[in-house]
Design a protein around this ligand. Structure first.
Ligand SMILES: [Cu+2]
Length: 133
C-alpha cells in the first residue's frame, strides 16, 4: 500500500497549522501580566482626611467608634486642626494638633460616638466634621 498524500487531508493539516500559528501569535500580543490598578485602601479602623487647597477632603466623614482618623497636610501652607465643640472656639477641645507643615500628619482615635466638628486654627474658615457611630 503506497502512501499517497490525500489533498483533503493536506488542506485540513494546513488549516490546523495556520490556526495554531495565529493563536500562538496572538498570545504574544497579550499582556504577560495584568497589574491591578492602584486603589486607595483603608486599613480597618482607620480613616484618612487630606488637607488640600485649604480644605478638609472629605469635609465630613462617618466612622465606627474606635476608628483612628489621620489628617495629612498636602498643602505647602501650615494648618492646625482643633476640635470645635458646638461652634464655640472658646470651649475646650477634645483633640488639637500641632502646626502641621507640608506632609505632616496628625491622628486621633475616636472612641465615643458623637459629632465632632473641627476647624483650622490658622484658617478658621476651614471646617470639617467627624461623625462617630
Ligand atoms: Cu489651615
Amino acid at each position: 500500500m503506497r502512501c499517497i498524500p490525500n489533498p483533503i487531508h493536506l488542506a485540513i493539516l494546513m488549516v490546523v497549522l495556520i490556526t495554531f500559528i495565529s493563536v500562538s501569535g496572538c498570545t504574544g500580543n497579550s499582556p504577560s501580566s495584568i497589574t491591578p490598578a492602584a486603589t486607595p485602601t483603608e486599613v480597618p479602623g482607620t480613616m484618612t482626611v487630606n488637607i488640600q487647597n485649604f480644605a478638609f477632603v472629605p469635609a465630613s466623614i462617618t466612622v465606627q467608634k474606635g476608628t483612628t482618623v489621620t489628617w495629612v497636610n498636602l498643602d505647602t501652607s501650615t494648618h492646625q486642626i482643633r476640635n470645635d465643640i458646638q461652634g464655640s472656639l472658646a470651649q475646650g477641645a477634645l483633640f488639637s494638633s500641632d502646626s502641621l507643615l507640608k506632609d505632616a500628619r496628625y491622628s486621633f482615635k475616636f472612641d465615643i460616638p458623637g459629632t465632632y466638628p473641627y476647624y483650622c486654627t490658622i484658617h478658621p474658615s476651614m471646617k470639617g466634621t467627624v461623625i462617630v457611630m
